[in-house]
Design a protein around this ligand. Structure first.
Ligand code: PGA
Length: 289
């Protein structure tokens, strides 16, 4: 496809002007319910701790340029770069067709929390989304469901959308515990929310054994768990809320397998790690949706 021929001469298309941030917030980021009260499709790129600033700038510019040529209907593209690149990313996003997400927050507005970033700081930079409960944070930073529930609350308080990750490790799947593990994560991380707040949450099912391994869940495994999660939501809240909730798949989703995963009735897009670091591959995933 022609639009996939990416311009490799990065244009400095962002203007690092605070005016952009404080005067003309896109209404999609000031009124979440307006754009999340129907089942939106999302492709989100989780860059994790990758890229130099120059590489990040180049990748974002390539994606922004390509997105200029694509009409996205009811589909959101979200880029989640490392925190230090968020300001650059939101400046590009201001004139482009994607939103910016963070990879983490601390669940307090301000205070003596050395090294942490507050939701207010992200809000000021016009961030719309934040990944919460990624398995790497659960594993390396011992984040519990209880702590994650606080992060969810902190984001929603400031009108940002949590992309709440859940998923089982391999021994849990092998022991047939994957449904109970995901149930605990979703119940303890999210089900304290009243329905109006819950409707602003995006869920990402990411089987841990598929993350960064090159092993992807089969389309049947993904569909089965997504339908199960939707059933949990219907049981806790109501059918309409379950039907309106965006549930993403994550775990070695790439340009080869995205189309068949996204074709599943309960898979509403993807949270993409490794494959979001190359513009051509990421763009192919977006157009698979
Ligand atoms: P992966 O990562 O696509 O590299 O497997 C997904 C994720 O961790 O969100």
């Amino acid at each position: 496809m022609d639009w996939l021929v990416v311009n490799f001469f990065p244009v400095h298309r962002y203007i690092s002007s605070p005016v952009h941030r404080f005067t003309c917030l896109p209404d999609t980021q000031t009124n979440l319910t307006k754009y999340l009260n129907m089942r939106k499709k999302i492709v989100a790129g989780n860059w994790k701790m990758n890229k130099s600033f120059a590489e990040a700038e180049e990748l974002i510019t390539e994606i922004a340029d390509a997105l200029d040529e694509i009409e996205l209907t009811n589909t959101e593209v979200v880029l989640c770069p490392p925190a230090l690149y968020i300001e650059m990313a939101t400046d590009v996003a201001f004139e482009s067709n994607f939103k910016v997400g963070a990879q983490n927050i601390y669940p307090e507005d301000a205070g003596a929390f050395t090294g942490e970033i507050s939701p207010l700081m992200l809000k000021e930079l016009n961030v719309g989304y934040c990944i919460i409960g990624h398995s790497e944070r659960r594993k390396y930073f011992n984040e519990t469901n209880e702590f994650l529930a606080r992060k969810v609350d902190a984001l929603l308080k400031h009108d940002m959308c949590p992309i709440f990750c859940c998923g089982e490790v391999l021994p849990e799947r092998e022991a047939n515990q994957h449904f109970s593990v995901v149930t605990s994560q979703v119940v303890e991380g999210l089900f304290h929310l009243p329905v109006e707040a819950f409707r602003n949450v995006v869920i990402a099912y990411e089987p841990v054994w598929a993350i960064g391994t090159g092993v992807t869940a089969t389309k049947e495994q993904a569909q089965e768990m997504h339908a199960f999660i939707r059933g949990l939501i219907a049981g806790k809240y109501d059918e309409q809320t379950a039907s309106d909730t965006t549930i993403l798949y994550g775990g070695s989703c790439n340009d080869k397998n995205a189309a068949e995963l996204f074709a599943q009735p309960d898979v509403d897009g993807g949270l993409i790690g490794g494959a979001s670091l190359k513009s051509e591959e990421f763009l192919k995933i977006i157009t698979s949706l």
